[in-house]
Design a binder for this molecule. Sequence first.
Ligand SMILES: [Zn+2]
Length: 564
Amino acid sequence: MPDGPVTPTSLEGVTSLYRRFRPGRFCELRGQEHVVRALRGAVANARVSHAYLFSGPRGTGKTTTARILAKSLNCESPVDGDACNVCASCVAITRGSSLDVIELDAASNNGVDDVRDIVAGAWHGTPGSWKVYIVDEVHQLSKAASAALLKTLEEPPAHVVFVLATTDPHKVLPTIRSRTQHLEFRLFPAETLASLLKDVSDAANLAADDATVEAAVRLGRGSARDALSALDQLIATGAVAETRPTFDDLLEGIVRSDAVATLTALATLVGEGWDPEQLAESLAGEVRQVFLLQVAPRVADAVDADRARLSDWGERLGLARTVRVLETVGRALREMKSAPDKVVILEVALVRLVRPDLDATYEALEERLGRLERGVRAAPSPPLPPVTARRPIGQSSAPAPETSVSVPSEDSPASAAASPLDPAPAGDAEGDLTLADVRARFAERVVPRTSRAAQLILRSARVESVEGLVLTIAVASEEMRQNTEMITQGLRGALEHEFKRGFTLHWTVDASLVAATLTPRSAPAPLRDEEVHDTGDDDGEVVVVDSAAEHLITEMFPGAEEVS
Ligand SMILES: [Zn+2]
């Protein structure tokens, strides 16, 4: 490093534009005017807080601003609360050699000892100067470390300022948050990034043309760091190297329930050199925005350029599937932490997502039904154009059902819906019920009155015993049993309708039920068959493939075929 004054624009040997052109003074900061105003004013009026919480997405200038605050406080010739950026103190802070600025990245040093070191040092300051402690990703501190930090924040030493930076302020302990002045950093608008990139390009003699700047702005997605690193890459390689993976092909595969397309898209991304864990994290981040844009657009922090695209994915995925993607990828991420072959975890998760028939959870069953139903509705119906979107199910297919089957809507309990079946035979509201009698009426009259989702579970269920008002029902798998809570109310209503009495339900699992009740799709008669696939889980979990569901669906929608 050369001697003499060093400004951020002449740091030799540093190639990254982001580091070379890091703003060194408040007046050089862009896009966070509200933050700059607050901090500059505090320094100028000697009203600096002992603790600040800087929150905002990555690359929006939190750490840079913290360093500028440290400079301004210790500058030998400050101007209106701003640093001169040329005095010995400013230069030392720029170089990272100042003893007055201590940075801790809580993502890598999150233990109580790290914080104790900081706290101990806080009491031994250079006379006359401010010590500034910058704790990055403070939400990642361990519990003990947070407690140690809190103690110091309760009685901060004079001339010490803590700047706690986080991308996730909600994960910071409320007791810590309440002792800080909270300043929120925002993503940069496209025009701010564009002017920043143009200026940097001019200053560094990069001669980036408008198209390059525009591409870098787009790739930066509101982050100055990402935009500058995109500009770096664009100029170095001449190619548009994505600063983060593009999931459009992958999401397209999910939307179309096309396992091959989904896995191909994943393989392409892995082939581009993305780390599987990083991919899963980015995918989760993107789908989280898709989700937020559907349920709470104001909370979504996607940049304008992304909003339309992500909203479009939201529409195409639908809320239920968006949530499933989030949950699936989140689960995969957790599993990946300890798995040797991470990409396999992601592949399996995506296949399960795309082919819910390999997944026996309640949500998967629900989605499978919804998809089939949509497929039936959207089935081609030549030669006339569709008159109404909601044609009676089965109209376009032969043979027509003998009775028009009414499908209870998901939000109204099936028991309350009109039943196509005859009313229950009268006269047995009192008296003892035999197990055989209950079993028969359960299968023939009660189950058909329940919701479609309930039927997926109950079709393979069997009444084990009737003891007074306690009915014990066995279902085919533990997953199904875990989902019975959601169907209990509807089932009790259907039981009451049939038996004129209120039952208490007990659930058990009997794996042998699977073989006894599944029916192959093509067989007209209830031939017995089984289709059990091992999913290859380490725990040897066996997942029931959906013959029962398919059977049910072909029954409900004659002629239906899964359309993807
Ligand atoms: Zn200075």
